[in-house]
Design a protein around this ligand. Sequence first.
Ligand code: ZN
Length: 264
Amino acid sequence: MQRLKGIFMVVTVMLVALALPSACMAQADDDAFTVVIDPGHGGKDTGCIGRKAKEKDITLAVAKRLGDKITKKYGDKVRVVYTRKTDKYLTLQQRADVANGEQGDLFISIHVNSVDKKNRKRASLSGTSVYTCGLHKTKNNLEVAMMENSVIELEPDYEQVYQEFDPQSDESYIIFEMSQDLHIKQSLQFASLAQKRLVKTAGRVDKEVRQAGFWVLWATSMPSVLVELDFICNPTQEKFLASTSGQDKCAQALFEAFRDYYGK
Ligand SMILES: [Zn+2]
Protein backbone atom coordinates (compact mmCIF):
# COMPACT_ATOMS: atom_id res chain seq x y z
CA MET A 1 0.00 0.00 0.00
CA GLN A 2 2.79 2.33 0.99
CA ARG A 3 4.45 1.57 -2.33
CA LEU A 4 1.25 2.26 -4.29
CA LYS A 5 0.82 5.55 -2.46
CA GLY A 6 4.39 6.42 -3.37
CA ILE A 7 3.78 5.63 -7.01
CA PHE A 8 0.61 7.68 -7.01
CA MET A 9 2.45 10.67 -5.56
CA VAL A 10 5.25 10.41 -8.09
CA VAL A 11 2.77 10.23 -10.97
CA THR A 12 0.84 13.21 -9.58
CA VAL A 13 3.98 15.29 -9.25
CA MET A 14 5.01 14.41 -12.78
CA LEU A 15 1.62 15.35 -14.21
CA VAL A 16 1.69 18.68 -12.39
CA ALA A 17 5.24 19.35 -13.55
CA LEU A 18 4.30 18.59 -17.15
CA ALA A 19 1.25 20.84 -17.01
CA LEU A 20 3.16 23.85 -15.69
CA PRO A 21 3.86 26.52 -18.29
CA SER A 22 7.55 26.96 -18.88
CA ALA A 23 9.30 30.24 -18.29
CA CYS A 24 11.13 29.86 -21.56
CA MET A 25 8.08 29.41 -23.76
CA ALA A 26 8.91 30.79 -27.16
CA GLN A 27 6.84 31.58 -30.19
CA ALA A 28 7.54 28.62 -32.42
CA ASP A 29 7.48 28.91 -36.16
CA ASP A 30 4.64 26.57 -37.08
CA ASP A 31 6.47 25.16 -40.07
CA ALA A 32 9.83 24.63 -38.41
CA PHE A 33 10.78 21.30 -36.94
CA THR A 34 12.21 21.86 -33.46
CA VAL A 35 15.04 19.67 -32.25
CA VAL A 36 16.04 20.09 -28.61
CA ILE A 37 19.64 19.14 -27.88
CA ASP A 38 20.44 18.46 -24.24
CA PRO A 39 24.13 18.34 -23.30
CA GLY A 40 24.11 16.21 -20.15
CA HIS A 41 25.29 17.68 -16.82
CA GLY A 42 26.99 21.12 -16.48
CA GLY A 43 28.27 23.52 -13.82
CA LYS A 44 28.64 21.84 -10.42
CA ASP A 45 27.30 18.63 -11.98
CA THR A 46 30.40 17.33 -13.78
CA GLY A 47 28.92 13.94 -14.71
CA CYS A 48 31.36 11.04 -15.12
CA ILE A 49 35.06 11.76 -14.96
CA GLY A 50 37.89 10.01 -16.78
CA ARG A 51 41.58 10.48 -16.05
CA LYS A 52 41.34 14.07 -17.22
CA ALA A 53 38.13 14.63 -19.20
CA LYS A 54 34.76 15.47 -17.74
CA GLU A 55 31.45 14.29 -19.14
CA LYS A 56 29.90 17.79 -18.99
CA ASP A 57 32.54 19.21 -21.38
CA ILE A 58 32.30 16.36 -23.89
CA THR A 59 28.50 16.50 -24.03
CA LEU A 60 28.50 20.27 -24.58
CA ALA A 61 31.11 20.08 -27.36
CA VAL A 62 29.26 17.28 -29.19
CA ALA A 63 25.90 19.07 -28.74
CA LYS A 64 27.20 22.31 -30.26
CA ARG A 65 28.75 20.52 -33.21
CA LEU A 66 25.52 18.60 -33.80
CA GLY A 67 23.44 21.80 -33.67
CA ASP A 68 25.83 23.58 -36.06
CA LYS A 69 25.63 20.74 -38.57
CA ILE A 70 21.83 20.74 -38.48
CA THR A 71 21.63 24.53 -38.90
CA LYS A 72 24.17 24.48 -41.71
CA LYS A 73 22.14 21.91 -43.63
CA TYR A 74 18.57 23.00 -42.88
CA GLY A 75 18.71 26.73 -42.04
CA ASP A 76 15.31 28.02 -40.91
CA LYS A 77 13.51 24.77 -41.65
CA VAL A 78 14.81 23.24 -38.44
CA ARG A 79 14.93 25.16 -35.19
CA VAL A 80 17.78 24.05 -32.91
CA VAL A 81 17.19 24.63 -29.20
CA TYR A 82 19.80 23.84 -26.56
CA THR A 83 18.98 23.20 -22.93
CA ARG A 84 22.36 24.79 -22.18
CA LYS A 85 25.06 26.39 -24.31
CA THR A 86 27.51 27.12 -21.52
CA ASP A 87 28.96 25.32 -18.51
CA LYS A 88 25.78 25.84 -16.52
CA TYR A 89 24.02 23.66 -13.94
CA LEU A 90 20.48 22.63 -14.82
CA THR A 91 18.14 20.22 -13.06
CA LEU A 92 16.54 17.38 -15.00
CA GLN A 93 13.15 19.04 -14.64
CA GLN A 94 14.53 22.34 -16.03
CA ARG A 95 15.82 20.46 -19.08
CA ALA A 96 12.39 18.93 -19.64
CA ASP A 97 10.76 22.34 -19.10
CA VAL A 98 12.88 23.85 -21.89
CA ALA A 99 11.98 21.00 -24.26
CA ASN A 100 8.26 21.10 -23.46
CA GLY A 101 8.08 24.91 -23.42
CA GLU A 102 9.71 25.10 -26.83
CA GLN A 103 7.32 22.43 -28.13
CA GLY A 104 10.14 20.22 -29.33
CA ASP A 105 9.58 17.60 -31.99
CA LEU A 106 12.62 15.59 -30.96
CA PHE A 107 14.73 15.57 -27.78
CA ILE A 108 18.32 14.31 -27.84
CA SER A 109 20.09 14.06 -24.50
CA ILE A 110 23.83 13.49 -24.85
CA HIS A 111 25.89 11.63 -22.23
CA VAL A 112 28.93 9.45 -21.77
CA ASN A 113 28.97 6.21 -19.82
CA SER A 114 31.06 4.92 -16.94
CA VAL A 115 30.98 2.21 -14.31
CA ASP A 116 31.87 2.01 -10.66
CA LYS A 117 35.55 2.09 -9.64
CA LYS A 118 35.09 -1.40 -8.15
CA ASN A 119 34.31 -2.82 -11.59
CA ARG A 120 37.47 -4.61 -12.73
CA LYS A 121 36.53 -4.34 -16.38
CA ARG A 122 36.12 -0.57 -16.30
CA ALA A 123 39.30 0.22 -18.22
CA SER A 124 38.38 -2.10 -21.07
CA LEU A 125 34.66 -1.41 -21.46
CA SER A 126 33.64 0.25 -24.68
CA GLY A 127 30.63 0.83 -26.85
CA THR A 128 27.71 3.07 -27.60
CA SER A 129 24.06 2.67 -26.56
CA VAL A 130 21.07 4.82 -27.41
CA TYR A 131 18.31 4.61 -24.82
CA THR A 132 14.60 5.24 -24.96
CA CYS A 133 12.49 5.54 -21.83
CA GLY A 134 11.04 2.27 -20.61
CA LEU A 135 11.46 -0.58 -18.21
CA HIS A 136 15.00 -1.95 -18.09
CA LYS A 137 15.49 -5.55 -19.12
CA THR A 138 18.85 -5.95 -17.40
CA LYS A 139 20.49 -4.79 -14.20
CA ASN A 140 23.16 -3.00 -16.24
CA ASN A 141 20.56 -0.83 -17.96
CA LEU A 142 18.96 0.00 -14.61
CA GLU A 143 22.38 1.00 -13.26
CA VAL A 144 22.93 3.43 -16.15
CA ALA A 145 19.56 5.08 -15.48
CA MET A 146 20.32 5.22 -11.74
CA MET A 147 23.66 6.87 -12.43
CA GLU A 148 22.11 9.51 -14.70
CA ASN A 149 19.11 10.08 -12.42
CA SER A 150 21.33 10.46 -9.35
CA VAL A 151 22.02 14.09 -10.35
CA ILE A 152 18.62 14.76 -8.78
CA GLU A 153 20.41 14.46 -5.44
CA LEU A 154 22.41 17.61 -6.20
CA GLU A 155 19.20 19.62 -5.82
CA PRO A 156 18.93 20.88 -2.24
CA ASP A 157 15.19 20.15 -1.96
CA TYR A 158 15.02 17.09 -4.18
CA GLU A 159 13.08 15.05 -1.65
CA GLN A 160 10.19 17.52 -1.85
CA VAL A 161 10.41 18.13 -5.59
CA TYR A 162 10.56 14.48 -6.62
CA GLN A 163 8.51 13.21 -3.66
CA GLU A 164 8.77 9.44 -3.44
CA PHE A 165 11.07 9.02 -6.44
CA ASP A 166 14.36 7.79 -5.03
CA PRO A 167 16.87 7.49 -7.89
CA GLN A 168 18.81 4.83 -5.97
CA SER A 169 15.87 2.54 -5.20
CA ASP A 170 14.80 -0.27 -7.55
CA GLU A 171 11.20 0.19 -6.45
CA SER A 172 11.00 3.74 -7.78
CA TYR A 173 11.50 2.40 -11.27
CA ILE A 174 8.15 0.60 -11.35
CA ILE A 175 6.60 3.88 -12.56
CA PHE A 176 8.30 3.36 -15.90
CA GLU A 177 6.47 0.06 -16.28
CA MET A 178 3.16 1.76 -15.58
CA SER A 179 3.65 4.68 -17.91
CA GLN A 180 2.25 4.87 -21.38
CA ASP A 181 4.67 6.50 -23.78
CA LEU A 182 2.78 8.05 -26.67
CA HIS A 183 5.97 8.67 -28.62
CA ILE A 184 7.71 5.33 -28.17
CA LYS A 185 7.52 4.38 -31.85
CA GLN A 186 9.29 7.55 -33.04
CA SER A 187 11.72 7.45 -30.11
CA LEU A 188 12.71 3.93 -31.09
CA GLN A 189 12.97 4.93 -34.72
CA PHE A 190 15.41 7.74 -33.98
CA ALA A 191 17.28 5.56 -31.45
CA SER A 192 17.93 2.83 -34.00
CA LEU A 193 19.06 5.34 -36.63
CA ALA A 194 21.42 6.97 -34.13
CA GLN A 195 22.73 3.62 -32.94
CA LYS A 196 23.46 2.57 -36.52
CA ARG A 197 25.27 5.83 -37.36
CA LEU A 198 27.31 5.90 -34.16
CA VAL A 199 28.63 2.47 -35.07
CA LYS A 200 29.16 3.17 -38.76
CA THR A 201 30.20 6.83 -38.86
CA ALA A 202 31.79 7.25 -35.42
CA GLY A 203 33.27 3.73 -35.33
CA ARG A 204 31.81 2.82 -31.93
CA VAL A 205 31.28 -0.74 -30.70
CA ASP A 206 27.58 -1.61 -30.96
CA LYS A 207 26.00 -2.02 -27.53
CA GLU A 208 22.52 -1.77 -29.02
CA VAL A 209 19.40 0.29 -28.46
CA ARG A 210 18.16 -0.16 -24.89
CA GLN A 211 15.40 0.93 -22.54
CA ALA A 212 15.63 2.26 -19.01
CA GLY A 213 13.88 4.70 -16.70
CA PHE A 214 15.59 8.02 -17.33
CA TRP A 215 13.72 10.81 -15.57
CA VAL A 216 14.54 13.40 -18.23
CA LEU A 217 13.07 11.23 -21.00
CA TRP A 218 9.98 10.53 -18.93
CA ALA A 219 9.36 14.23 -18.37
CA THR A 220 9.62 15.30 -22.02
CA SER A 221 6.41 15.07 -24.04
CA MET A 222 7.93 14.33 -27.46
CA PRO A 223 10.02 11.58 -29.07
CA SER A 224 13.14 11.46 -26.94
CA VAL A 225 16.37 9.53 -26.61
CA LEU A 226 19.41 9.52 -24.36
CA VAL A 227 22.71 8.72 -26.01
CA GLU A 228 25.59 7.13 -24.10
CA LEU A 229 28.40 7.83 -26.55
CA ASP A 230 31.05 5.58 -25.02
CA PHE A 231 32.85 4.76 -21.75
CA ILE A 232 34.94 7.56 -20.28
CA CYS A 233 36.41 5.10 -17.74
CA ASN A 234 38.26 3.39 -20.60
CA PRO A 235 41.39 5.52 -21.29
CA THR A 236 41.29 4.77 -25.04
CA GLN A 237 37.66 5.82 -25.33
CA GLU A 238 38.25 8.81 -23.06
CA LYS A 239 40.94 10.02 -25.45
CA PHE A 240 38.55 9.63 -28.38
CA LEU A 241 35.68 11.41 -26.58
CA ALA A 242 37.89 14.28 -25.45
CA SER A 243 39.44 14.83 -28.89
CA THR A 244 38.09 17.30 -31.44
CA SER A 245 37.99 14.61 -34.11
CA GLY A 246 36.19 12.15 -31.83
CA GLN A 247 33.63 14.76 -30.85
CA ASP A 248 33.11 15.68 -34.48
CA LYS A 249 32.61 12.03 -35.46
CA CYS A 250 29.98 11.58 -32.74
CA ALA A 251 28.22 14.80 -33.80
CA GLN A 252 28.38 13.76 -37.47
CA ALA A 253 26.83 10.38 -36.60
CA LEU A 254 23.97 12.03 -34.72
CA PHE A 255 23.54 14.55 -37.55
CA GLU A 256 23.25 11.73 -40.09
CA ALA A 257 20.68 10.02 -37.85
CA PHE A 258 18.73 13.29 -37.70
CA ARG A 259 18.88 13.58 -41.50
CA ASP A 260 17.61 10.00 -41.85
CA TYR A 261 14.81 10.68 -39.35
CA TYR A 262 13.75 14.08 -40.68
CA GLY A 263 13.85 12.69 -44.18
CA LYS A 264 14.25 15.88 -46.20
ZN1 ZN B 1 25.45 11.57 -17.91
